[in-house]
Design a protein around this ligand. Structure first.
Ligand code: GLU
Length: 470
């Protein structure tokens, strides 16, 4: 048997973290088993589905790299198929026409409520051997109902929740086609899972209630029942359902905020699944490890700090040229000028250690690409009578030194020894003059990257500035 999993989002908004995790687990399980992963867009809710939401799902999946093997299939393009199955079920007697009006159903429920019963369809139009059905009201279009078994129970061994059993008397005769003939949600899911030969359904546990109905319809269609795994929800760090106030819930907000897809994937993989104490792993590794046995039964809590920590890890691992390409647009937006400035990948290599997001990386890199404008008061404070000769001596050294980091570092040490000053007395004004910033990465690295010409030009432009006299 080839394992076939699917991700079946409804395109009613952006791809959110919960959906992305469901997609990730479904994808990983297919990969783990050498099976197929199918993408299906459940777009039958015409009022809530939008083309933008479809695009957001496709974009999110592409950004995460969750490649599907088949699809995307669109339910709206499968209407004829659903109608065909509805007619087949009507012919076989596993479904029937019901002519009750919505107001009659409402009155029925009201009566049941008053009598202290659970509201449910009373079976008026349900055919039974020997039963005489009411005369068909003229000019009225019927809905189609599924003839749910009256007795017994439906059970399944959920891969996350264990054995779940629901008595059939708890389940209504579900409407599978509306008056206008359009099929309803649960029915489309069933037909698709059957036609697409889905073997494992991994989805959020908000769908547990649908499962017994879907199993009964699958059984009526003599279709195999997939293995179900209902994954618990993702909660915010305060234990409430994950929402906007816990940070971004849309997957595509993460590239916008400077996250790498591998960080979000690794983070989502650990959200409700575990492999011992392993926190950091690649997607090939995850696909190899992923199983149902280690899915958590309780809700997972979203922790933005941990995601940030993982992002820093993956930024440190990432190729410098890739990161440079990612941050270049932002740098340009901030007014960066690249001509005559250090190569961006080299600046990235120097700075990425400390960056939690690529935005932080871009912000830190900016100092190499703009004309420095040091705070004059601060600079005057650091341009002391002791530091000024040291700066001059350093400028002299810069003219001759071999331009590499270790030679420049030696030159700085030699200036300090020769002038009898401490590192901050040279490094602080140097930082301000060269970058405009009081805090920079190691000064020898900054000097090396800026290049001889720029360093000398900047030092020169401050040579005439009066010192603070301290
Ligand atoms: N379309 C459903 C949703 O977006 C998922 C249905 C399913 O996985 O069976 O919640």
């Amino acid at each position: 048997m080839t394992v076939r999993t699917r991700f079946a989002p409804s395109p009613t908004g952006f791809l959110h973290l919960g959906g992305a995790r469901t997609a990730l687990f479904s994808w990983a399980y297919a990969r783990h088993c050498g099976g197929d992963f199918i993408l299906r867009i459940e777009d039958t809710d015409l009022e809530r589905s939008t083309p933008e939401a479809v695009q957001a799902i496709l974009d999110g999946m592409r950004w995460l790299g969750l490649q599907h093997d088949e699809g995307p299939f669109y339910q709206m393009q499968r209407m004829d198929r659903y109608r065909e199955i509805i007619h087949q079920m009507l012919a076989e007697g596993t479904a029937y026409y019901c002519y009750c009006l919505p107001e009659e159903l409402e009155a029925m429920r009201e009566r049941q409520r008053l009598a202290g019963e659970n509201p449910r369809y009373d079976g008026t139009w349900r055919p039974e051997p020997g039963k005489v059905l009411p005369p068909i009201p003229e000019g009225r279009s019927p809905v189609v109902r599924f003839k749910n078994p009256l007795d017994g129970a439906v059970s399944w061994d959920d891969s996350v929740k264990g054995l779940i059993t629901i008595a059939n008397r708890e389940l209504d005769d579900l409407i599978i086609a509306r008056q206008d003939g359009t099929p309803t949600y649960n029915f489309c899911v069933v037909v698709d899972d059957r036609d697409m030969r889905i073997t494992h359904v991994i989805r959020g546990d908000d769908h547990v209630n649908n499962t017994p109905r879907q199993i009964n319809i699958l059984t009526a269609l003599r279709a195999p029942i997939p293995q179900y795994a209902h994954v618990p929800m993702i909660l915010g760090d305060d234990g409430e359902k994950l929402s906007k106030r816990h940070g971004a819930v849309s997957v595509m907000a993460y590239p916008e905020q400077g996250y790498l897809p591998e960080a979000l994937l690794n983070y989502l993989a650990r959200l409700g699944w575990g492999h011992g104490d392993d926190e950091i792993f690649s997607m090939p590794q995850f696909c190899e490890w992923f199983d149902f046995a280690h899915l958590s039964r309780s809700a997972a809590q979203f922790n933005p700090d941990k995601l940030k920590w993982l992002n820093n890890h993956y930024i440190r691992q990432a190729d410098d040229t890739r990161l440079a390409d990612m941050i270049r647009p932002r740098l340009l937006q901030m007014g960066a000028r690249f001509e005559g400035a250090p190569a961006l990948p080299e600046v990235v290599a120097l700075l990425k250690e400390r960056a939690n997001t690529t935005h932080e990386l871009a912000d830190a890199a900016l100092l190499f690409y703009v004309q420095p404008e040091p705070d004059t008061v601060l600079l005057a404070k650091h341009l002391t009578d002791a530091s000024r000769p040291a700066l001059t001596a350093f400028a002299v050294a810069c003219r001759q030194v071999d331009w590499n980091r270790s030679a420049i570092s030696d030159a700085i040490k030699a200036v300090l020894a020769q002038q009898g000053v401490k590192m901050p007395q040279l490094a602080m004004p140097l930082r301000l003059i060269l970058t405009g910033q009081p805090h920079t990465p190691s000064i020898d690295a900054v000097v090396t990257l800026l290049g001889r010409e720029t360093v000398l030009a900047r030092l020169n432009s401050y040579a005439a500035m009066p010192s603070s006299g301290v």
